[in-house]
Design a protein around this ligand. Structure first.
Ligand SMILES: *Cc1c(COP(=O)(O)O)cnc(C)c1O
Length: 494
């Protein structure tokens, strides 16, 4: 049966259920499936199924020890939670395609995975005979927090704490977290950026692996394999829609452009390709925090640089955790361990030329500024009456840059490209309105309503709803206080 290893040491093993429950390997590595061959599938058969059918098949490949539970997990995860039967509908534009991943409860792509993760965790806990309360700690750059809180709201046996950067997120994002009233969920602001929050959470995992009798720690970040796998499904869903509309030939290779932060979403695309889906290229789009573009172009990963707060805050990340999974598959566990050590100690590492070539055969990196993203928002609105959010805009602008590169020419024929739309534009009304040259007010609800009139579309009702709710989480702490905060939570549970 498929087992999981730590990216830093293949001797550290876990069953699929253990990997979901633990989130992070005990040595600080991420869990990865041991044998990629066992994951391969007949993509033509897979795309003949509907979204749920595809999800069932893909989940079963990665989590073979809970196959009996998977139909129920999938049904619970998607029934009635998304505003479209397709879950992730594909939008055709004059020049390319957009995969809309924001039709879930909090209007960002993270809903696709975080609707499923609690159900996967419950099945995994039952499999392992675990009756501990699972305390989920999650660092968020904005969107994971609300999606995770929503996903875990009222789920028996779980408590979730999310940590978000006090500055840099949009007002709506903040309200989506601070107004959630379920007793088992809470949000806490950190004086610092996302990297500080993520570092704090990882440090707690390392130092508190068993925090108390009857309490187990886990994570809802994309370091958890249970978070990553549900994201693989929509790559197949995109391909299915393109084949069925006759826009591509069966078997034709296509490319995806992914607005990237922690490298989770694009890593799911890599797994889709490894499973057999005809993907020709994955374009990793970054904002001004362009660590990944430099890495993919040169093999040099370097966080010794300025950190910029941009209008695409969910991508304001210097340490992209999931890249570690790609390193494992392209550079071995021993090398991954030494690169991660170097990253921790010196803030940089270099892969070898051969390793880089391997990465470049699949990935390309491109980055865009806020201004370039704004231009993409304006152009799509003016030319097609279609509104995109600032993260998706970085994807569109970066893909356009990639198309001009030598590497795109090397791809031979021009591949049909799908840009992943990672959030609803109504989550970021101020940034979108500024891009469109519309004046904004200090009241975000007014902004939302004005944007609805300009774009002639309706904002998702769940976003307008947050303005009527009471703020119930108002904690703000320093990164150094996170451990103490978590200890208190543990005591409350115990
Ligand atoms: C989280 C997020 C991203 C980045 O996704 P990763 O999986 O972290 O690379 C991009 N856009 C939006 C809107 C997000 O919420």
């Amino acid at each position: 049966m498929l087992a999981y290893f730590s990216t830093r040491n293949k001797e550290i093993k876990a069953s699929p259920s253990e990997a979901i429950l633990r989130g992070l390997a005990p040595d600080g590595g991420l869990f990865v499936p041991s044998d990629l061959k066992e994951l391969s599938l007949d993509w033509e058969k897979t795309i003949a199924k509907d979204y749920r059918g595809m999800a069932e098949e893909i989940f079963a490949k990665f989590f073979p020890d809970i196959t009996d539970d998977i139909p129920e997990v999938v049904a619970k995860s998607y029934e009635g939670k998304f505003d479209t039967e397709d879950i992730t509908p594909l939008k055709k534009l004059k020049d390319g395609y957009i995969l809309e991943l924001f039709h879930g409860p909090t209007c960002a792509f993270k809903d696709v995975a975080l609707s499923a993760l609690p159900n996967l965790m419950r099945a995994a806990a039952a499999k392992e005979g675990l009756d501990d309360e699972i305390l989920i700690l999650t660092a968020t750059s904005g969107d994971t927090g609300s999606a995770a809180m929503r996903g875990f709201s009222g789920v028996n046996g779980t408590t979730i704490s999310v940590f978000y950067p006090d500055e840099g997120i949009s007002e709506i994002q903040r309200l989506q977290m601070t107004t959630q009233e379920a007793k088992n969920v809470s949000a806490c602001a950190i004086r610092g950026n996302f990297d500080a929050a993520q570092r704090g959470v990882k440090e707690i995992f390392r130092s508190m692996s068993k925090p108390a009798q009857g309490v187990a720690l886990s994570s809802a970040n994309s370091i958890n394999i249970g978070r990553l796998v549900p994201q693989i499904v929509y790559y197949f869903a995109a391909y299915k829609q393109l084949v069925e509309s006759g826009d591509i030939e069966r078997g034709e290779r296509i490319s995806f452009t992914v607005p990237t932060g922690n490298f989770g979403d694009i890593m799911a695309g890599w797994f889709a390709k490894e499973m057999g889906l005809p993907i020709g290229r994955l374009v990793c789009a970054s904002n001004r925090n362009d660590v990944l573009e430099e890495f993919i172009n040169t093999g040099h990963y370097d966080i010794n640089r300025n950190f910029y707060s941009t209008t695409s805050p969910s991508m304001d990340i210097l340490i992209s955790s999931n890249l570690e999974r790609l390193l494992f598959y392209t550079c071995s566990d021993a090398n991954t361990a030494s690169y991660m050590k170097s990253l921790e100690e010196c803030g940089e590492y270099d892969v070898t030329a051969a390793q880089l070539e391997n990465i470049k055969s699949i990935f390309a990196g491109a980055s865009s500024s806020d201004e370039e993203g704004n231009h993409a928002i304006r152009a799509l609105m003016e030319n097609e009456g279609y509104l995109i959010d600032p993260h998706t805009a970085i994807g569109c602008a970066s893909y356009a840059k990639f198309q001009q590169s030598d590497r795109a020419k090397d791809d031979g024929c021009k591949l049909v490209n799908v840009v992943l739309a990672t959030a609803s534009p109504y989550k970021f009304p101020v940034a979108v309105m500024k891009a469109l040259g519309i004046s904004t007010s200090a009241n975000d609800l007014d902004n939302l309503e004005k944007l609805e009139r300009v774009a002639r579309t309706a904002a998702p009702p769940q976003l307008k709803g947050v303005f009527e709710k009471e703020v119930v989480s108002s904690d703000v702490i320093d990164p150094a206080q996170m451990k103490e905060y978590v200890r208190k939570k543990v005591n409350d549970i115990g």
